[in-house]
Unconditional design. Structure first.
Ligand code: FDA
Length: 392
């Protein structure tokens, strides 16, 4: 029987941070992952450049049934702590926008940094290693693994959520939580593109690849960012953000003219360019293709002087408050995160330890804590991994 102080299941963002920090405290750590590579999501993240944190991360950027849960861990390991490590390792980075920090080169700079930190304190992830059974013992936990039986004082579940099964996502963490009496709140895909049907899908397909700055709103939340038309529907940062607040059947409102009072702008155009067609006028703001397509689909394209005040108002309303009812989302296949998960009511916000089973810890995305788009989800993984590492 192999014996160790701490077993961490999941060598992703949270698991690696927890492993290097606990081992640096002198704890003997065994890090296990069923995948053939550690940190696959880190490698895929940020379009290959890993948006590894957000300088302005604060509790308001996270949702959870208990919005207070994330506060303590986020306060004890801030974006600046992670930035300090990134700088120490000489990893070049930049702010893309809105406090979002990305690697200048490749995401693998971040993964290599974490693996190096682990190696320095004697931790190497055991890959392609599954855990078949977990039992509570007097001294801690006993696991039946591909490495044989393992006993540990502390067990950390860092297996993430359900998004992108091809990157190693499994529901393992939720099963362990249930085994030890925890509630798992309903899960759904978050930060995910919308799919459309019928005419809307045709419009999106025609405009596929077009990106427009918008304000997108649903259920009392609004995000100002770009939307992207795709062959299946709508994506882009504004859509990914709002998808986390959307439920099937909800309408999403899109303001395609966020920098203008739509009616005033149209009236101004009518005075300045009475003989220009609507599609030509809209070509000032959108690509020619988009201006033509939305005019032909939604309005009558005629010279501006022929648009009646009522018609101008109708055009303004449509452009500033386009109502869209998505058919659905692309689901876990492409979602960046999983909403819901292990209920935080039975977890200590200070230590991440289970209040139901001493010595059992949950960190990262497996918990019911989800960040907005923009580096917040990694910040949660780092902060929760660091918090648990002080106590395991
Ligand atoms: P994570 O998913 O990273 O790690 C879980 C680990 O557990 C994996 O290595 C997996 O193989 C392993 N595992 C699963 N089941 C197991 C089992 N049964 N046994 C053993 N091991 C098991 N966030 C952000 O802040 N900035 C960004 O730029 C992006 N970009 C991005 C792009 C894409 C395509 C995705 C899918 C996601 C993002 N994210 C992101 C979100 C971010 O990747 C995510 O929130 C964190 O990786 C979560 O970290 P965890 O360590 O909790 O899980």
């Amino acid at each position: 029987m192999r014996s160790t102080d701490v077993v961490i299941i999941g060598a992703g963002a949270a698991g690696l941070m927890c492993a290097m920090t606990a081992a640096a405290r002198g704890r003997k750590v065994l890090l296990i992952d069923s995948s053939n590579k550690a940190g696959k999501k880190i490698l895929m993240s940020g379009g290959g450049r890993c948006n590894f944190t957000n300088m302005y991360a604060e509790p308001a950027n996270f949702f959870s049934q208990n919005p207070h849960f994330c506060k303590s861990a986020l306060a004890r390991y801030t974006p600046w702590d992670f930035i300090a490590m990134v700088s120490e390792h000489g990893v070049p980075y930049h702010e893309k926008k809105l406090g979002q920090l990305f690697c200048d080169n490749k995401s693998k700079d971040i993964l290599n940094m974490l693996l190096e930190e682990c190696a320095q304190v004697g931790v190497a992830p055991h890959l392609d290693t599954s855990v078949h059974q977990i039992e509570k013992t007097e001294a801690g936990y006993q696991l039946d693994t591909d490495l044989g039986p393992v006993a540990a004082e502390s067990l950390v579940i860092a297996t993430g959520g359900l998004s992108i099964p091809t990157l190693g996502a499994t529901g393992f963490g939720y099963d362990v939580a249930r085994q030890f009496g925890h509630t798992v709140l309903p899960t759904r895909a978050g930060l995910v593109p919308f799919t459309m049907s019928g005419m809307l899908k045709e419009l999106c397909t025609e405009l596929s690849g077009t990106s427009v700055a918008c304000v997108v709103s649903a259920n009392g939340q609004s995000f100002r960012e770009n939307i992207l038309f795709t062959h299946r529907g709508l994506s882009g940062p504004a859509i990914l953000q709002i998808s986390s607040f959307w439920h099937p059947g909800d309408a999403v409102q899109i303001n395609l003219l966020p920098d203008h009072d739509a009616l005033e702008w149209l009236q101004g155009q009518q005075s300045a360019r009475p003989d220009s067609e609507l599609k030509t006028v809209l070509g000032e703001l959108f690509t020619k293709k988009m201006a033509t397509l939305i005019t032909d689909t939604w309005f009558a394209s005629k010279p501006m002087k022929q648009q009646t005040p009522a018609q101008l108002r109708e055009i303004a309303d449509r452009l500033s408050a386009w109502q869209v009812v998505p058919a659905g989302t692309e689901g876990y296949r492409t979602a960046e995160v999983t909403l819901g998960g292990v209920d935080t009511s039975d977890i200590s916000s200070k230590t991440m330890e289970s209040l139901k089973s001493p010595g059992l810890y949950f960190i990262g995305e497996v918990l019911d804590v989800t960040g907005h788009l923009g580096g917040f989800n990694f910040q949660w993984a780092w902060a929760s991994g660091y918090a648990a590492a002080q106590y395991v």
